[in-house]
Design a protein around this ligand. Structure first.
Ligand code: HEM
Length: 449
């Protein structure tokens, strides 16, 4: 039994680096072993930051407490500012409010996603020229998704003007970092490059917001929605900054995990021809020339199962919250400022939930209770599928994510044959929410069908 007011048991770590190496090598195994040894709550250290792990499988009620406690007590935004603010810019993380949720709702995207879906084949044709070739799969996925997100958020003109430059800058922001730079208060050359990339992106977006405000034309897109519903009521200069950060935050939030989902779903399908044949058969059965709207996307059951299976295998990042005041968790005392959470790998790779949990089997979802996206519930207790998080901060962009994934994967699989030329050395699980990313080249060759 824990002593009243005792902090959680702490796992042994090296001086200075703490448990950084063990967590980086395999965060899921690190957390599992920690719970076996210390029980449902324990702490470990990454350099100067103490992380408290809570077991979503062995102690679902404690995990529920963490992800359902109101934001003024356990905050996602404060945790992200602390964990990745140094590498991405802390201003990027803001609380999600009602207008933002409305702008990402099924109702809103159902009305507005059509032109973005129609834009996708054009984006692909530019990235996959000629009859055949070889591409860096990660770069292609990052680039295509950035263009699609920019189209949805900034409208057609905004995407045409800025998506190439935003994609370049996003690549620097997302790829050019190390765990050392993330956690240690040192000014590296990479940190300066990322700062410059961030400044360039926010500069472009602010100019776009300013131009749209001055424009008297009729617009019906996310940018206009943001301008009409998300203003800060501050002075003009502050308001442009505020809107720019909300818009850039939306682009950033919509980009990384969707891009990793494209890369992993495509490469997994290409490596599993039977699953690929089933997905292609249902795409071929779509009515010719009918628009790819949300209703048509929902009929793509095999595609959604394939997307979910790739996400299940790789959505192993952590969900983290920062204690805004002292709290009690499972009889332990967590001081204000503590960072607490869990890796979703414990849920997504749990053999009791998923038999043969490391095997790729999209058909497994057929035998499970699933929702409109062929996914096990994301709101269940205990949690069954952690790819989009759960509780108060369940991903608000989930409907948009599935829509963009279908919009991109349908033409990629319908119009091109693919082969994996080189597999990445490993898929590296990030500490923060969402998908692991390929380390080493993911090289794919294509041929027009
Ligand atoms: C496959 C793609 C995606 C995956 C796997 C994903 C995953 C996640 C996860 C795991 C969280 C919860 C983080 C936590 O609780 O700590 C989250 C939150 C969030 N995501 Fe996504 N996401 C995806 C796409 C998107 C898209 C397209 C958007 C659109 C802007 C988006 C916007 C958000 C927002 C706003 C939150 C915070 C919600 C809140 O605090 O209430 N995401 N996402």
């Amino acid at each position: 039994m824990p002593q009243p007011d005792a902090p959680p048991p702490r796992t042994f770590g090296l001086p200075l680096v703490g448990n950084t190496l063990g967590i980086m090598r395999d965060p899921i195994d690190f957390q599992r072993r920690g719970h076996r040894r210390h029980g449902p709550v324990f702490s470990a250290r990454i350099f100067g930051t103490t992380l408290t792990f809570v077991d979503p499988v062995g102690a679902p009620e404690l995990f529920e407490q963490v992800i359902r406690t109101p934001t003024d007590q356990l905050s996602l935004v404060a945790a992200y500012k602390h964990l990745v603010g140094r590498i991405l810019g802390p201003e990027l993380f803001t609380e999600i409010d009602k207008p933002m949720r409305e702008g990402l709702s099924v109702k809103y995207i159902g009305k507005h996603v059509g032109p973005t879906v129609a834009f996708v084949p054009q984006v692909l044709a530019r990235r996959l020229p000629g009859d055949h070739g070889t591409v860096d799969g990660l770069r292609m996925a990052n680039d295509v998704v950035l263009h699609v997100v920019a189209h949805y958020v900034l409208g057609h003109g905004g995407a045409e003007r800025h998506a190439d430059e935003l994609a370049e800058a996003m690549h620097v922001l997302e790829s050019d970092f190390s765990i050392l730079g993330m956690m240690l208060p040192i000014e590296t050359a990479s940190a300066r490059r990322r700062r410059a990339a961030f400044d360039r992106m926010i500069g472009l977006i602010e100019a776009e917001v300013r131009a749209r405000r001055a424009d008297r034309g009729q617009h019906d897109d996310f940018l206009q929605f943001a301008i009409d519903h998300m203003s800060s009521d501050g002075a003009e200069h502050d308001d442009i900054r505020w809107l720019g950060l909300r818009v850039l935050g939306t682009i950033f939030g919509a980009h990384t995990n969707t891009a990793m989902s494209v890369a992993s779903t495509l490469s997994d399908l290409v490596e599993h021809p039977e699953a690929l044949a089933r997905v292609r058969a249902e795409i071929a059965a779509l009515p010719a020339d009918a628009p790819m709207d949300l209703a048509a996307m929902r009929t793509l059951v095999e595609l959604h199962r394939a997307i979910n299976e790739s996400m299940r295998l790789r959505s192993n990042g952590g969900l983290w919250r920062m204690a805004m005041s002292d709290i009690d968790l499972g009889g332990y005392h967590l001081a204000k400022g503590s960072v607490v959470g869990a890796s979703m790998g414990l849920v997504n790779l749990d053999p009791a939930r998923y038999q043969g949990s490391h095997e790729y089997r999209p058909a497994r979802f057929e035998a499970m209770t699933t929702d409109n996206y062929q996914s096990p519930s994301v709101g269940s207790t205990p949690l069954q599928f952690g790819a989009f998080g759960t509780g108060r901060n369940l991903c608000s962009g989930r409907p948009l994510a599935y829509a963009m994934l279908a919009a991109i994967l349908v033409p990629l699989l319908r119009d091109y044959e693919w082969q994996v030329v080189r597999r990445p050395r490993r898929w590296f699980t990030l500490l923060t929410g969402g998908l692991s990313r390929p380390i080493g080249e993911l090289s794919l060759s294509y041929r027009r069908r």
